[in-house]
Design a protein around this ligand. Structure first.
Ligand code: URA
Length: 430
């Protein structure tokens, strides 16, 4: 039997007392936890110590690398194309991956978009796409590679369990021990998977505001800087945009309705904020791929992005022209008075959509594709008394009361237009 070189309790104490953990001890801790030698109780205690005491940049780099080492590393080096990925820290109505991946692929760049499912109030890209009849999220590495090499270029699929398995275990533990919101843990969790995926370049959409992980722009900036440094140190060209998530993105929150809205953007229309963010992220991704002058707006307007979307959906057995599910039950909220929509908090809208069935409370729950919320007005819009403001959709009327409860006090109608800044607030580079 081999002898373990460290005691978990010493590593926990070092961090608890505010010290830095040495590189070999930290690597051992991650590996021993993944093997099951370090217990959940010990790792939870360590995660809480990191939450309280933070980590130095070098420790975060070692932690990330240690998590990568617990699994496989993909490589797209033989593809003969540049690869660029995007990661969003998650928000309400955030469907940007859907139009973005095929739009970027128009320019001959491969997009390896490994995505997840929703948990809690933030939606998951795979759940949205699965509302398209036939579409398949699970691809083998060979299928993913072949799709990227073909003219399709873009792939959105489920991340296999082989990438950074330590993160999978640690993230589930953090979720139930109040240790999710620690910047070193979030940054290492996200970047371990992205670096292991083998992309040449990465653009991070780091959100701040009521519907985001980080409510506060200063914390979002710190998270963005930490992740950009991790990517850059690992040879992945990485930049980040800090984007506003105080108000839901677009007019659709759910799954099937978010696909419909994404298709509108791919057809050259769609809500202004969804198009603005899609264009900003596409420009950023293409700049990292060596095409800073690519005319992404033209590709949305002249049908190339739509053709690319249809090819991507068909390549994964989906029917891009099929009818999407629509809800049996709807409930409309109308304006109580004439005025201007002065406030709409993203988080309660995300929670309400989740309670309607668009999201899941446990990883094994199904989502209801047609459930969600359609907004008919956004902050700054003038409305008349009795005008529909929001339509709630569900498979079952019994879902409405708790969703309505979540929305209480989350929006308002006033006399003046609220102050609204641009969606993209800052760009963070190495
Ligand atoms: N997403 C992740 O993958 N990890 C985190 O820690 C937070 C968000």
């Amino acid at each position: 039997m081999s002898v373990e070189p460290y005691d978990a309790v010493d590593v926990i104490r070092a961090k608890r007392d505010g010290g830095a953990v040495s590189e070999p001890a930290l690597r051992w801790m991650v590996d021993a936890y993944t093997r099951g030698y370090v217990s959940d109780a010990q790792m939870a205690s360590f995660a809480m110590a990191v939450f309280q005491r933070g980590m130095q940049r070098d420790e975060i780099r070692v932690l990330t690398d240690a998590m990568i080492s617990t699994g496989e590393r993909m490589s797209f080096a033989s593809l003969g194309k540049k690869t660029v990925d995007k990661h969003s820290t998650g928000g309400v109505g955030d469907k940007i991956t859907l139009p973005l991946a095929p739009l970027v692929a128009v320019f001959g760049v491969a997009v390896p978009q490994l995505s997840g499912r929703g948990l809690g109030h933030t939606g998951g890209t795979l759940d949205k796409l699965e509302s398209i009849p036939g579409w398949r999220a699970a691809l083998s590495n060979d299928e993913m590679f072949a799709q990227m090499q073909s003219d399709v270029g873009a792939v959105i699929c489920a991340a296999g369990s082989g990438l950074a398995p330590a993160d999978k275990k640690l993230y589930a533990l953090r979720d139930v021990t109040g240790t999710v919101e620690a910047i070193p843990l979030i940054a290492s969790s996200i970047m371990s998977k992205k670096i292991a995926e083998g992309t040449d370049a990465l653009v991070l959409d780091v959100k701040f505001g009521s519907g985001a992980f980080m409510q506060d722009i200063d914390r979002a900036r710190e998270l963005a800087r930490t992740m950009v440094a991790l990517g850059t140190d690992s040879g992945v060209a990485t930049t980040a945009l800090l984007t506003d998530m105080n108000v839901p993105l677009g007019f659709a929150i759910g799954n099937a309705n978010e696909v419909r809205e994404s298709v509108e953007v791919l057809a050259g229309g769609g809500p202004a904020d969804v198009r603005e963010l899609t264009v900003a992220l596409a420009r950023e991704m293409l700049a990292l791929a060596g095409q800073p002058d690519a005319d992404v707006e033209a590709a949305l307007d002249d049908g190339r992005a739509m053709d690319s979307w249809k090819a991507m959906i068909r390549a994964q057995d989906g029917d891009p022209d099929a009818e999407l599910p629509t809800a049996r039950e709807t409930h409309v909220i109308t304006a109580p008075a004439d005025g201007i929509v002065s406030r709409m908090d993203a988080l309660p809208f995300g929670i309400a959509a989740w309670r309607l069935g668009a999201g899941r409370a446990r990883a094994e729950d199904p989502v209801i594709f047609e459930a969600g919320i359609d907004l008919h007005a956004k902050p700054g819009d003038r409305v008349a008394a009795g005008q529909p403001l929001f339509t709630l959709s569900a498979a079952d009327e019994a879902r409405f009361p708790r969703a309505l409860e979540a929305l209480e006090g989350s929006w308002a109608i006033g006399d003046g237009a609220p102050e609204q800044g641009p969606i993209v607030r800052e760009r963070i580079t190495a």
